[in-house]
Design a protein around this ligand. Structure first.
Ligand code: SF4
Length: 73
């Protein structure tokens, strides 16, 4: 899995609500292993250099502030 700077909306570590759209303004929970303890709430057009291309994970509470969902990956 190659890491690079990229957007949350195309990152496999972005976890969003079960029925949320994959969109710039959608809020999700970053579940990257090294970042998940910070309970980062990130929008689709946020990003970082730990991005890994993939589909977002989904769980209820991922879009809450603070996120209340458990990481599913
Ligand atoms: S903050 Fe980085 S690792 Fe976390 S979901 Fe966004 S791009 Fe992925």
């Amino acid at each position: 899995m190659a890491q690079q700077w990229g957007l949350c909306k195309s990152c496999m570590w972005w976890q969003i609500e079960p029925t949320a759209n994959i969109a710039d303004a959608t809020l999700g929970f970053c579940i990257d292993e090294k970042l998940q303890s910070f309970q980062l709430s990130v929008s689709g057009n946020s990003g970082c250099n730990r991005q890994v291309q993939g589909e977002p994970a989904r769980a209820k509470g991922s879009g809450a502030q603070p996120p209340t969902a458990k990481p599913v990956r």
